[in-house]
Design a protein around this ligand. Structure first.
Ligand SMILES: O=C(O)C1=C[C@@H](OP(=O)(O)O)[C@@H](O)[C@H](O)C1
Ligand SMILES: C=C(OP(=O)(O)O)C(=O)O
Length: 434
């Protein structure tokens, strides 16, 4: 296959590189996901704050298997660890969570002066409510947070603080609240007084905020939750730093590939707090069942007999994967609360509709609900453009394997963001990549 890992990782919009996937000779294999970027980002920030830096669980991972967003977050934390007085420039590429987490960490690092940049797409994504929340809480103490057009976002952190509370709306992204709660941990350690986040309105992607809470607890923080308020109230150093789980978003593609080929996946921690573990429950409606083996291995078994139902409020990143599966099920599937998909690395609502259309299926959008009607028979070949979105690249390839239709994919390199070894794993299933 063409080498996709040469040179610096292109993490911006889709390249013109084309990759052909021929799924005509698939064989069973044991497939391995990378570490979870969402887990690793939280763990890195907490390791930095609690004196557990550098985190051995991340150091042990081969560098070329580390998701690009983990490298972004690590670079950002390294910049924050430089002596005061240095202007720190951090390129966040297209990492939404790394960027949003670093904005708050910069704002709560006394005396820090940080300039954050990223791709045009990251600049377009919504960040206003997070900036407003930081300005409201820390502006009176001297925080300066300015936005370029859209870059750089420049932050000068105050030396002191005021009332220990951040208020933020929950309906656009859970990452604002997660970022602020990690900020509360920093401020708790600095000031030894409780800090809290108050969420207004309903919270979307709530499982990701719970993931943040679970990491805070694993690192020794006491977090109290009540009626949309999350308070960091205490800290006691834990005996050891927690292990880093395999990524459930990546396991989604791999489990479907393993189902199609009779293979299995490893590093599937069923006790993980990652929202995309919902896959195991959601596929049951379609007639599939997860079977656990020894040493955290897992496989999907069963005959597809019905469609799926899933919500973008529960597991937004899984919806493209479930849409690919929906294209090979015998009945229609329903994805609800799909609006949030418009503000990811690409407009994934449009991406899903394009993908379903490319294999001859149909979609109907009514309000925030998308119905997917699978094609009567898959085509022999289809084409997709990832538009720089790692998940759209990986679900296109997964659908190629599931349906047996060859794929021409434009822009395959973007998988770097969360799963740099994805194409090698696909080759293990016998898919031919040229
Ligand atoms: O906190 C996180 O690590 C994430 C939260 C989710 O975003 P939203 O809360 O914006 O939906 C998810 O889509 C993203 O991939 C990772
Ligand atoms: C939306 C995603 O990530 P982020 O928001 O961190 O860019 C994702 O990985 O699907």
């Amino acid at each position: 296959m063409a080498r996709l890992d040469e040179g610096s990782p292109p993490m911006t919009s889709s390249s013109q590189t084309r990759l052909h996937v021929d799924p005509s000779r698939l064989t069973p294999a044991v497939l391995t996901p990378p570490i979870s970027k969402s887990d690793a980002q939280r763990a890195l920030v907490l390791a930095h704050l609690t004196g557990a830096w550098p985190l051995p669980e991340i150091q042990r991972e081969p560098e070329h298997f580390l998701p690009a967003d983990v490298r972004v977050l690590r670079r950002g934390v390294e910049a924050l660890r430089l002596p005061p007085g240095t202007v720190r420039d951090v390129d966040c590429a297209d990492g939404g969570a790394p960027f949003r987490i670093l904005v708050t960490q910069a704002a709560v690092t006394p005396g820090a002066h940080v300039r954050l940049t990223g791709t045009p797409r990251l600049g377009e994504r919504p960040h206003g409510p997070l900036f407003e929340s930081l300005r409201e809480a820390l502006g009176p103490s001297g925080l300066v947070l300015t936005e370029g057009k859209p870059w750089p976002v420049e932050i000068r952190a105050p030396e002191r603080t005021g009332e220990p509370v951040f208020r933020v709306p929950g309906d656009q992204s859970s990452q604002y609240a997660s970022s602020l709660l990690l900020g509360c941990a920093a401020l708790y350690l600095r000031e030894r007084r409780p800090w809290r986040v108050e969420i207004t309105g309903t919270l979307t992607s709530a499982g990701y905020l719970e993931l943040t809470v679970s990491w805070l607890r694993r690192f020794g923080f006491t977090v109290e939750e009540r009626d949309g308020r999350f308070e960091v109230a205490d800290y006691r150093a834990p005996e050891r730093t927690p292990a880093m789980p395999g990524d459930w978003s990546s396991l989604g593609y791999l489990l479907l590939l393993a189902w199609r080929t009779g293979g299995s996946v490893e590093r599937a921690d069923l006790g993980s707090a990652h929202p995309d573990q919902a896959l195991v429950r959601l596929v049951e409606r379609a007639g599939l069942r997860a079977e656990a083996g020894l040493n955290s291995t897992l496989r999907l078994v069963g005959e597809a007999r019905d469609g799926l139902v899933a919500s973008g409020k529960e597991c937004p990143d899984l919806l493209p994967t479930l849409a690919a599966l929906a294209c090979v099920l015998p009945r229609s599937s329903t994805l609800t609360d799909v609006g949030i998909l418009r503000v990811k690395e690409s407009d994934r609502l449009e991406g899903i509709r394009t993908l379903v259309d490319a294999v001859g299926g149909k979609t109907v959008l009514e309000g925030e609900t998308l119905t997917i009607h699978p094609p009567p028979t898959p085509p022999r070949h289809f084409a997709m453009d990832s538009r720089g979105d790692h998940r759209m690249a990986m679900v296109s390839a997964t659908l190629s394997a599931l349906s047996g239709a060859a794929l021409t994919l434009t822009g395959p390199e973007c998988v770097e963001k969360s799963f740099p070894g994805f194409w090698q794993q696909l080759e293990l299933t016998g898919a031919r990549l040229t």
